[in-house]
Structure formats: structure tokens, C-alpha cells
Ligand binder design. Structure first.
Ligand SMILES: [Fe+2]
Length: 430
């Protein structure tokens, strides 16, 4: 009897924890959108980015389509036209608004999208009232929906930055906060890691995306990792040394991008009166030499590493270095909304591993040995993108709390720059 009661209590507690997390994440999306006007929320800066309104509706469509429509008895979809408007890339869910044209959706209005969110939130609360067992299929889907919405929260911020950077007024998402001038760090420390057969990938305890599994053996050669990220000051030195004009530093596709897109600095950098400024969520700000460089492509990161006589780490080297570290850093929770200079070195441990900027690795985004995409529509979530992209590790100043771990695999095309992307150097041990 006592045991039964305690099991019941654990179940109720587990349900409440999940429901509260869900509602907190749903609320955070509203908070992130709060500074924006209806116009800000509608326009699309470029093909890769989506309007805020679209993000807010799409994550809601995800809950409606994959959870409420299937698991809440008598659920009534809010609007039958929304499947077309807010399906992202799920072939199994039918045709959709082409990605590059999400910005023409002046209708439905922002108000109607907010009403959609409220309708789906009510459905989710109703679902919990009917009972969601902590280990059930529905709980698993809700967990995926939470993590999915968190991914879009980061995109919401990076896409708004792209939009405001394209605006000649260079508007600020948030009023600038005072910035303490940090001294430029000296040379990075280097941490040596032994070689051997090691394990990488998620072990199944707690949430992870399917692409983080299975945990498997990896062969590691002895390597050395910088104990901090590459800074803007170091990037300025690369620029001053002609980094963007020296073909021998670049991969062929990278050199083609430099010439085609006339790259001569990271994305969002502009020179005014001889001073380098960078567009940020706090508007146009002087480049902080002590802070990590952000908004560089894989091609740029790779060229910088070659110029520095180093290389980028593999995703497995990065994971080996990260796996025993506390998962703390400058994520969205700090509200800095920008990469911050490294704290002073201490204890021979790498700094800035979680947060600030996603770190490019030299690993192609590939399935782990034995990987199978999940059955059903959600099998389209990760698996079908496993070609032509590079893995980034760590997390950024826009990554929501609880969405960071040592096994997390982010992935982008090597020419993309609009995320908070930076780098850390590695080398062989010679
Ligand atoms: Fe999505």
C-alpha cells in the first residue's frame, strides 16, 4: 500500500515536472518575441532564416500534428490551412509553403498565430489533465516538442539578428547594456589528451536527439586542445595578415565563397571611420577584441586554423574533452545575448565549452555506426540531413537553458554564418 502510494506520488510529480517545463518553454517563446512588432515578426531576412511569426506557429503546429491530433480525443485542429503554412520539411505531412517564401505570410496575422498558440496550449493542458505517464509515448513526444521549441527559440534570435542586420537603421533587439572592457587574453593554454579507443555518443540516460546515438567506440589519436575560443582580436590579426586574400589558406569551396560573396570579415562586421563594428542583438557595437569571434563559416574557421598552424578539433575530440565538465556557460539563461570574453584560466580545464558560440569541428555530419532514424514522421527530424554539413559542438549565447550537453550535435552547411558560430583550435601532439 505504502509502495503503491509512493509510486503514484512519483508519477504525479513526474507529470507535473514535465507539464511545468512544457509551459515554461512555451512562455519563453512569448518573452523572446515580446520586443518585436508585428512587422518585425513577419519579414524574412533571407532564405535560411524564418520570420518570428513562422517560428511561433511552426513549433505549435508540431505539438498539434504529432501529439494533439493523435493523442487528445476529439481534438479540433485550429485551422486546416495551417498544415500547409507551418509544416517545415516533413514530406510525410504533405506539401508546404516553400521555405524561401515564409516571409510572404502576412496572413495569418500575428494575433491569429498567438490565438493558435493559446488553442494548442489549452489542448496540451487538457492532455495532461487526462493523465500523461512519465515513461509513456506521449511523454516522449512532449519531450521532443519541448526540445524542438528550444531549437526554434535560438533560431528566432539568430533570425531576428539577420533581419535587423539587413535593415539600414540597424535596430537593436534590446537596449545595449553596459559592457565592461575586458583585457585581451594572452596566448591560449593547451591541454593534452591521450589517444586510445574511447566512447562517444549518448548513453540513453535523459533526453537526447536520435543523431547522438548509439554510443560507440571511437579511435582517438593523442591531441591537444586550446583552453579557450578564438577571439575577435586574433581574428583581426588574421585579417591584417591578409587571411581573406591568401588562396593557399582556403579549401577550394571556401575560396570560391570568399570571391563570390566578397568576404573580408565575419558576417555582420562593418568598418566605420576606421573602426570595426559588428551588428548584435544590441544593435551596432564596437568589436570586442577579447570576446570570441562569432558568425564565421566553416570555411573561415578552417582557413584561420591553417593560418595559425593548427586545425579544428574533430567532434569526438571535442566530446572527449567535454564529457567530464560541468555543463555550464554563457547560454541564453545569462541574458548576455552575446559571446563573452573567457574567465581567467583555472585548473587546466578548457573554458567556454558550453555557451558563447557553437564550435565548428572538422567532422562531417554523418550517422553513428548502427544509427537508424526513428520510425514514423519524426524519422525525418535529423537523419535525412546527414550529407554535406559539418558538426558544431557546445552551444551558444542564444541556446536555451537545459538544451546543452556534451553529446549534442548541431549541424550546418560549411558556408553558413548567421548562427552564433565560432571556433577553438586543436593540434596533434608532436
Ligand atoms: Fe522545426
Amino acid at each position: 500500500m505504502t509502495r503503491q502510494l509512493s509510486v503514484q506520488r512519483t508519477t504525479i510529480e513526474g507529470r507535473r515536472v514535465l507539464e511545468n517545463r512544457l509551459l515554461d518553454v512555451r512562455r519563453l517563446s512569448h518573452e523572446l518575441a515580446a520586443p518585436l512588432s508585428a512587422e518585425d515578426m513577419t519579414v524574412q531576412a533571407m532564405e535560411d532564416a524564418s520570420p518570428t511569426k513562422w517560428h511561433l506557429a511552426h513549433v505549435t503546429w508540431f505539438f498539434e500534428t504529432f501529439i494533439l491530433a493523435k493523442h487528445l480525443p476529439h481534438y479540433r485542429p485550429f485551422d486546416d490551412t495551417f498544415n500547409y503554412c507551418f509544416n517545415s520539411y516533413y514530406e510525410s505531412q504533405g506539401p508546404r509553403q516553400p521555405r524561401p517564401q515564409r516571409g510572404v505570410l502576412t496572413r495569418p496575422s500575428s494575433e491569429r498565430v498567438m490565438a493558435y498558440r493559446a488553442h494548442v496550449d489549452e489542448g496540451l493542458v487538457e492532455l495532461f489533465a487526462l493523465g500523461v505517464e512519465p515513461e509513456s509515448e506521449i511523454a516522449r513526444l512532449i519531450e521532443i516538442g519541448i526540445n524542438h521549441e528550444q531549437q526554434h527559440q535560438e533560431l528566432l534570435l539568430t533570425d531576428i539578428l539577420a533581419l535587423f542586420a539587413a535593415n539600414p537603421l540597424r535596430p537593436a533587439y534590446r537596449n545595449p547594456r553596459p559592457r565592461a572592457a575586458a583585457p585581451e587574453p594572452g596566448e591560449p593554454g593547451w591541454i593534452d589528451y591521450p589517444g586510445g579507443i574511447r566512447q562517444a555518443g549518448h548513453d540513453g540516460a535523459g533526453f537526447a536527439w536520435d543523431n547522438e546515438a548509439p554510443r560507440h567506440d571511437v579511435l582517438i589519436h593523442p591531441f591537444r586542445l586550446a583552453d579557450r575560443l578564438v577571439t575577435n582580436g586574433e581574428w583581426l590579426a588574421f585579417m591584417a595578415a591578409g587571411g581573406y586574400r591568401t588562396a593557399s589558406l582556403w579549401l577550394a569551396d571556401g575560396w570560391a565563397a570568399v570571391n563570390r560573396d566578397e568576404w573580408d570579415a565575419p558576417l555582420y562586421w562593418e568598418q566605420r571611420d576606421g573602426q570595426w563594428l559588428a551588428m548584435s542583438l544590441e544593435g551596432l557595437q564596437p568589436v570586442d577584441r577579447a570576446a570570441p569571434v562569432a558568425h564565421v563559416s566553416y570555411f573561415e574557421a578552417d582557413a584561420f586554423a591553417r593560418w595559425a598552424g593548427k586545425r579544428l578539433p574533430t567532434e569526438f575530440e571535442w566530446e572527449i574533452a567535454a564529457q567530464d565538465l560541468p555543463v555550464t556557460g554563457n547560454g541564453l539563461a545569462t541574458k548576455a545575448l552575446r559571446p563573452l570574453p573567457a574567465e581567467p584560466a583555472s585548473g587546466g580545464k578548457p573554458r567556454q565549452m558550453f555557451g558563447d558560440v557553437w564550435e565548428w569541428t572538422q567532422s562531417a555530419y554523418l550517422p553513428y555506426p548502427g544509427y537508424r532514424p526513428p520510425a514514423g514522421a519524426l524519422g525525418e527530424y535529423n537523419g535525412k540531413f546527414m550529407v554535406s554539413q559539418q558538426v558544431l559542438r557546445g552551444g551558444s549565447c542564444a541556446t536555451p537553458p537545459g538544451h546543452t550537453r556534451a553529446t549534442y550535435r548541431n549541424f550546418f552547411y560549411p558556408q553558413q554564418r548567421w548562427q552564433f558560430m565560432g571556433l577553438r583550435l586543436a593540434s596533434e601532439i608532436t
